[in-house]
Design a protein around this ligand. Structure first.
Ligand code: TYC
Length: 106
């Protein structure tokens, strides 16, 4: 019997599958910027409080920012990164320190 039923295999376009690579959600680097006024202890406290670092890790990253001008403090999903930046900026503002925290797509 001829295959004119409109069933599978009748239309060649149905055989063209779009191959889509598995999509990973984009990640965002959260960075701390150096300035001349924010006390070192305050920065260490911020890193412990908002990024879950222990004192030694926090001190090391603070020193990297102090010496190099900036450092990545963590990599997160967009929403988590946005929340961390907002928390740090708000905490710094409330303590009247000019500390800056930014995020950038990885
Ligand atoms: N440079 C500051 C000082 O000498 C310390 C500092 C470190 C400030 C890291 C901001 O993100 C920063 N007091």
């Amino acid at each position: 019997m001829s295959d004119k039923t409109g069933g599978p295999g009748d239309d060649t376009s149905l055989l063209t599958k779009t191959r889509s690579k598995t999509q990973r959600p984009p990640l965002y680097k959260v960075m701390l910027l150096n300035d001349d006024y924010t006390p070192m202890e305050f920065v260490v406290h911020v890193l412990e409080r908002f990024f879950g670092l222990n004192h030694a890790q926090a001190f090391e990253i603070m020193l990297t920012v102090h010496k190099k001008g900036l450092a990545v403090v963590g990599v997160f999903s967009f929403e988590v990164a946005e929340t961390k930046v907002a928390q740090v900026m708000d905490f710094a503002r409330r303590h009247q320190h000019p500390l800056q925290c930014t995020m950038e797509k990885e």
